[in-house]
Write a protein that binds this ligand. Structure first.
Ligand SMILES: C[S@@+](CC[C@H](N)C(=O)[O-])C[C@H]1O[C@@H](n2cnc3c(N)ncnc32)[C@H](O)[C@@H]1O
Length: 528
């Protein structure tokens, strides 16, 4: 289940211009904007403004230019989409930890959102499909949203046409009435029948209709099926490529703010939804987590791979469908990959993705249905690298504590090695043992593994800047971890948030990194 999160403004995001600050390594990626939907105004200019971007002189060339900006809660910044204000805070923060080569990738600035959850309100004659106005539950129609992949806007237009023609009643929150509550639109840009250069623009849309009834047998369901068929029949072509990938239904009658109910049904089109990121084909179900910015995620994954040694044993906490872990399995020939995720819905996607991994991938690969905050230290043993990608609120306190106490665990393991079996082997608590049992497993049996290593590398991917700062300070404070490298990515242009890829290494921050020389001491060796 997903909490109602229809205001995209919530994440604190950044947008970057790499050239405006000498402290940030600049790599401006300003691809041409995707073709606008037929009703959209002329495209904005996208030339990067080298050296001209500053808070006082907004760059018009990287402007949002969206007609909905003042009413919609989705975006908070109209100008300098390539460099959100938070980049400056990030630079300063990381410099304080001795990291002066922080990079920020501005990524695609328009048409980047490939996954959107939109509320459906209004009337059947005048449906509104969009986000809430800031601080209210009034839905703002956003047909020309500049953040959406253009085919999301096209699919919304088609949906509205269907609502009008079939007299579908949008949901009324106050009365609890109406038929259609929300719609989730997800774009797959993986179409191998098209040349690579055309795949993004011809992305196909998986439409999930959130219907206000208990299930498909409830009264009024014939209208749901009629709407699904309307979308499928008219989901026509943009060129020769259909707009609609598939139609799903989700059933939700609750009066709270939860968007999705538990019951999902695939109605029409392809059941499997594939994307290609991090060097692998990835399957995603509509009920599981999926990154909204597909291309930026791909960029992040390719960067992340470089920090994982070949043959490493990796644990991917907060793994979702295991995209990060499986991409590492394929590209770094890992000895073992363990993915830990609380949402059971992602298991199916993991299994599908596993089926498409290259045959050359071996080693032990597993997916565990478990809460990462319960006995997290049990996941540390046997891992060379820990990857964490928590929700916006950051790591749970227990995960931070477990990471902080690795050194003492190591000392304990060393001393107990001489006298008897290690802690991991002694583990008897049934709930810990249950969580360690994989729900999905491929390759050699993990229970036969005898790897007692403890992580030397922690890779933290964060979409919550404020919580990341707190977690980072805690991790470094006790000298168990030092910040090694940090990269920022513009995952949510138009908002004030940043996606951070931070690499921590075991051990204290060196004096050369902090800039504080200890008198009389030799300069510490450069870290690898
Ligand atoms: C930001 S998403 C990252 C998912 C995945 N790494 C990806 O990029 O596709 C965070 C994931 O953490 C999961 N999650 C949240 N709390 C958790 C917990 N306590 N234990 C394990 N997983 C959790 C969510 O269900 C979600 O799939």
């Amino acid at each position: 289940m997903h909490p109602c999160s229809l205001s995209y403004r919530v994440p604190h995001a950044l947008i970057s211009c790499h050239v405006s600050s000498p402290h940030v390594a600049l790599r401006t990626t300003l691809p041409p904007p995707p073709p606008p939907p037929s009703s959209a105004p002329p495209p904005v200019s996208i030339a990067p403004t080298v050296g001209s971007s500053s808070p006082s002189t907004p760059s018009l060339s990287c402007a949002l230019d969206c007609p909905h900006f003042h009413s919609c809660s989705g975006c908070v910044h109209e100008f300098d989409l390539h460099r959100p204000p938070v980049v400056r805070d990030a630079e300063e923060f990381f410099r304080g930890f001795g990291v002066s080569d922080f990079t920020f990738d501005s990524c695609r600035l328009w048409g980047w959102r490939c996954r959107a959850k939109l509320a459906v309100r209004g009337t059947s004659g005048n449906p509104l499909v969009g986000l809430y106005e800031e601080g209210t539950h009034n839905v703002v129609d956003i047909p020309e949203c500049k953040a959406h992949h253009p085919n999301i806007n096209a699919a919304v237009e088609l949906l509205k046409k269907g609502i009008r023609q079939l007299d579908i009643e949008p949901h009324d929150e106050d009365q609890g009435t109406g038929e259609l509550r929300y719609v989730q639109m997800a774009v797959t840009t993986h179409n191998t029948s098209l040349p690579l250069s055309e795949r993004y623009q011809h992305g196909r849309v998986q439409v999930a209709l959130v219907w206000n009834s208990r299930n498909e047998s409830s009264p009024g369901s014939e209208k749901l099926f009629a709407l699904a068929h309307f979308l499928w029949r008219n989901g026509g072509s943009k060129g020769n490529v259909p707009l609609i990938h598939s139609v799903w239904a989700n059933f939700q009658t609750s009066t709270n703010n939860i968007i999705f109910g538990h019951r999902w049904r695939h109605l029409l089109g392809e059941r499997d939804f594939w994307e290609h990121v991090g060097g692998i084909d990835v399957s995603l179900v509509p009920s599981g987590f999926g990154q909204a910015n597909t291309r930026a995620f791909d960029t992040l994954l390719r960067k992340l791979q470089k920090y994982v040694p070949h043959g490493a044993s990796v644990t991917d906490l907060y793994a979702g469908a295991g995209v990060i872990g499986l991409s590492l399995a394929a590209t770094r020939k890992c000895r073992s990959i363990r993915c830990v995720e609380i949402n059971m819905e992602s298991k199916f996607s993991f299994e599908k993705t596993l089926e498409r991994l290259p045959k050359s991938v071996d080693g032990s690969i597993s997916w565990h249905h478990a809460d990462a905050t319960t006995e997290p230290s049990s996941w540390m043993v046997g891992s060379d690298v820990i990857v964490v990608d928590p929700p916006r609120k950051g790591l749970g306190a227990s995960v931070v504590t477990a990471l902080e106490s690795i050194s003492s665990k190591e000392k304990h393991a060393r001393s107990s090695h001489a006298s008897g079996p290690s802690n991991a082997k002694e583990e008897r608590r049934p709930w810990v043992l249950r969580a360690r049992e994989p729900a999905v497993h491929f390759g050699s049996n993990p229970s036969q593994e005898d790897n007692q290593s403890l992580p030397q590398t922690l890779i933290y991917i964060s979409c919550g800047w404020e919580s990341f700062k707190e977690d980072c300070k805690s991790l470094v404070a006790r000298s168990d971890w030092r910040l090694h490298k940090v990269h920022g990515f513009n995952f949510f242009p138009g908002t004030d948030s940043i996606e951070v890829l931070a690499v921590f290494k075991r051990g204290r921050q060196s004096s050369s990194q902090t800039g504080k020389k200890k008198p009389g001491k030799k300069k510490s060796k450069k870290q690898p």
